[in-house]
Design a protein. Structure first.
Length: 165
């Protein structure tokens, strides 16, 4: 028996167009989602994941500890700047950043403790290093020793003040 060929989307007599098989909106959404997944996979392969997600290192590992350490160091440094504004000076090296927790002898404007719950440690469990008058400036510096847990090495994470301002 010979059948008359029909076009795939031609409406046979007695049917409505919406009852015919074909692409629905959900089909288009699914195709777009699949396209986005493929495009992302291609982009990761071509330009690398670290470009798409700046918190990643060049080998694709996440660096949240570094971001956390630097954020905490900056928060401590900001608190030290407030201490300076209240007292006219930074804590001395002998007082250290514990002057933010306990009133030092010569701090008439001390209104602390400035940090609740004790002095935070960096993500590697190390105390932050505090220095005042760094490189001949009037500012201070708070640093995490970084992943190697050794001070003054290349991986240290530093929050320097802006010359005490």
């Amino acid at each position: 028996m010979n059948r008359v060929p029909t076009l795939p989307y031609a409406s046979p007599p007695g049917t409505r167009h919406r009852d015919l098989p074909g692409a629905r909106l959900s089909d288009h959404v699914a195709a777009a989602a699949l396209g986005a997944v493929v495009a992302t996979a291609v982009a990761v392969g071509v330009i690398g994941l670290s470009v798409l997600l700046p918190g990643l290192s060049s080998n694709g590992t996440v660096r949240p500890k570094e971001r956390s350490a630097l954020g905490t160091a900056r928060a401590i440094e900001a608190t030290l700047n407030r201490f300076r504004a209240d007292n006219g000076r930074y804590p001395t090296p002998a007082e250290g950043i514990t002057a933010l927790l306990e009133r030092p002898g010569d701090a008439p404007g001390w209104d602390g403790p400035h940090i609740e719950g004790g002095m935070p440690l960096d993500p590697w469990g190390q105390a932050f290093v505090y220095r005042v008058g760094v490189n001949g400036s009037e500012g201070c510096e708070v640093r995490s020793k970084g992943p190697d847990m050794v001070v003054d090495t290349e991986d240290d994470l530093i929050a320097p003040s802006r010359d005490g301002k």
